[in-house]
Design a protein around this ligand. Structure first.
Ligand code: GDP
Length: 611
């Protein structure tokens, strides 16, 4: 039966043969240790020509217990290199084991149109679930009678012989969760807005999410059967959120529907096809499959069960899979009607049995030809993941941006702006968008008034954005969420400080933090009044040094009473550049005479703090 399927032609391209699946490489070149990823203690020792025990001992002294096969992360590799007089450099290469970074470029002639993947979003109670049911049932009769559907997180429907894949968890949680894990599965967002209620907070959030992900929106104005329905009011409200409908000269299509009465559902689906065709969604069915895990669970009878969305290639039973850090053979593959499939084409959601463990939703998967290959890659991915978890890197911090910029990598800085009023949010946004730094684009993906909320944190996490609070703060719960999601929240009270900081980050010129360092202290032992000059303090340097040029402060009984600089520093009759501890000196403070015996003159300098 599968023989007739057009997907059973031989798959010519196997990603794993195009990408080196060999282990990470490393070697010393002109005193520079060049490596491509995490390596083991043994490998590093060999390359640097030292004993593995030296590395193990080094980390043991720092409280880390390693063995010869333990993997070392960048920081550890760097430390060991420096300890042994080598410079180090990490070269980025894409290996089969980090296949999420693969940029597949299929030849134009290998590409074929694929169905769009659609997510339905909108405010609560505006009819998302009702719409999903309406679509699901619209062509149930086309499938074999008696097929009891199983919930696999996505399903396909057909209109005019064209397929559409729907992600069936409505709302933006699923969308955000996927995106925050770096997986973008959605090609089109259907934004449901109830005609009797209009644009509401979650409608706006959904718009923000779709825009941040750069996904086209189709507006479904729902509940038009209701007496209070006012579609034109909805359209005007959308305009205020930069959703310009076709009838107003924009490029967003709106369809007026009733999900409950199943009115205009076909028209909505036809619009999806139209938008999909404009987006020219294509994939290469003649390669080994790759895509995303939509859902996964442990089935009591069948073991780990994962719903996969195939994004490119064809998945077949008998293929070997790596999903996240799990692997296995595709033992059985079914669609949402429990129909067993032998092959599944791009954009198809399938439930797969046969993995060794339960992967996580959002994990990427890839199919391989041999079990050995799949097993080795999964193992390697597991080790790398454990290492990364230990390191706990954050989502995006200003410092990251700064470092990335140094390496010439950054193009986008995503910002979420929360301000005390709509006016100041708009003002901040406008000023930020005016910042002009070559090769850097500042995207304000949300600018609203009000406190910083968990929803902001989720959006930030999903879009690797930094949250700026302008005269507003997050509450404790949001702060905790930000910590958990590793989202950076920065608070500013002055517009230009905010602009300056972002501009500096964009230029890679983040100001170094300055910290004061005490250089020395002198105790005043005697006062000399000189009529033309003022009062000279006869001092003993009791600690460190006193220099002529650095700033000083005058301390009396532990309280700072004056801050300024030295007008003149003398040793005996001579001008001095500096006076060390244990020596007497005369100090005239610039513009300040109200000194007393036993006052302390403390001198400090401002030094850059190494980050
Ligand atoms: P969700 O929270 O967005 O998933 O909204 P639901 O699909 O649960 O719908 C919320 C309520 O609106 C339910 O009582 C639905 O029956 C009702 N509803 C949904 N669509 C329509 C519609 O087109 N017309 C009318 N009159 N009611 C609808």
């Amino acid at each position: 039966m599968a023989k007739k399927n057009n997907s059973t032609q031989e798959r010519k391209v196997n990603v794993s043969t195009k990408v080196s699946s060999s282990k990470t490489t490393s070697k010393v070149n002109n005193g520079v240790f060049v490596y491509t990823g995490a390596i083991s203690v043994n490998e590093l020792a060999k390359s640097l020509n030292i004993m593995p025990s030296e590395i193990i001992k080094y980390f043991f002294m720092k409280g880390k217990i390693l063995n010869i096969n333990s993997l070392l992360d960048d920081e550890m590799i760097g430390t060991i290199c420096l300890e042994h007089g080598f410079d180090f450099q990490r070269k980025e290469v894409v290996e089969a084991e980090n296949f999420e970074n693969l940029q597949i470029r299929d030849k134009e002639e290998d590409l074929q149109p694929r169905p769009p993947v659609v997510t339905i979003m909108g405010h609560v109670d505006h009819g998302k679930t009702t719409l999903i049911d309406a679509i699901r049932n619209s062509n149930l009769v086309d499938y074999e009678v008696g097929g009891i559907s199983q919930s696999i997180g996505a399903y396909q429907t057909e209109i005019n012989n064209k397929k559409i894949t729907f992600i069936d968890t409505p709302g933006h949680e699923a969308f955000t969760a996927m995106r925050s894990r770096g997986a973008s599965v959605t090609d089109i967002v259907i934004l449901v807005v109830a005609a009797d209620d209009g644009v509401m907070p979650q409608t706006i959030e959904a718009i923000d999410h779709a825009k941040a992900a750069n996904v086209p929106i189709i507006v479904a104005i729902n509940k038009i059967d209701k007496p209070g329905a006012d579609p034109s009011k909805v359209k005007n409200e959308l305009l205020a959120h930069d959703i310009v409908l076709e009838e107003y000269g924009g490029d967003v299509i709106a369809v007026e529907i009733s999900a409950k009465q199943r009115k205009n559902i076909d028209k909505l689906l036809e619009t999806v096809i139209l938008v999909a065709e404009m987006s020219q969604l294509k994939a290469n069915p003649n390669r080994y499959a790759m895509g995303v895990v939509l859902e996964a669970e442990l089935d009591k009878q069948e073991g780990p069960k994962a719903t996969l969305l195939i994004q490119n290639g064809t998945l077949k039973t008998s293929d070997y899979l790596v999903a996240g850090t799990c692997y296995g053979k595709v033992r059985r593959m079914t669609n949402e009607y429990r129909k067993v499939l032998n092959a599944a084409l791009p954009s198809t959601p399938v439930a797969v049995i046969g993995l060794s463990e339960v992967p996580q939703a959002g994990d990427r998967f890839m199919a391989f030809e041999s079990e050995k290959e799949a097993r080795e890659i999964a193992l390697r991915r597991k080790q790398i993941k454990e290492l990364k978890e230990k390191r706990m890197t954050s989502a995006a911090t200003l410092e990251d941006l700064f470092n990335m910029k140094k390496e010439g990598e950054i193009q986008n800085i995503n910002i979420i702006l929360k301000a005390d009023s709509t006016g100041s949010a708009e003002a901040c946004k406008a000023s930020l968008e005016k910042i002009n730094v070559p090769n850097v684009k500042i995207n304000v993906i949300r600018a609203t008034s009000g406190a910083i909320t968990e929803s902001d944190v989720l959006l930030a996490s999903a879009s690797k954005a930094i949250i700026y609070g302008f005269n507003v703060r997050p509450d404790a719960k949001t702060r905790a969420k930000a910590l958990e999601e590793k989202v950076e929240i920065r608070l500013q009270r002055i517009i230009y400080a905010l602009i300056e900081e972002i501009e500096a980050a964009a230029k890679g010129l983040l100001k170094p933090e300055l910290e004061e360092k005490i250089i020395g202290q002198a105790e005043i032992r005697q006062l000399f009044k000189v009529s033309k000059l003022g009062t000279i303090a006869g001092c003993m340097v009791v600690d460190g040094l006193i220099k002529a040029n650095d700033p000083i402060r005058l301390i009396r009984d532990g309280i700072i009473i004056y801050e300024g600089k030295i007008a003149s520093l003398r040793r005996g009759k001579d001008q001095a550049r500096e006076v060390a501890r244990g020596f007497e000196c005369g100090i005239l403070i610039d513009g300040f005479n109200d000194i007393k015996e036993l006052d302390i003159i403390e001198q400090y300098e401002m030094v850059e703090v190494k980050k």
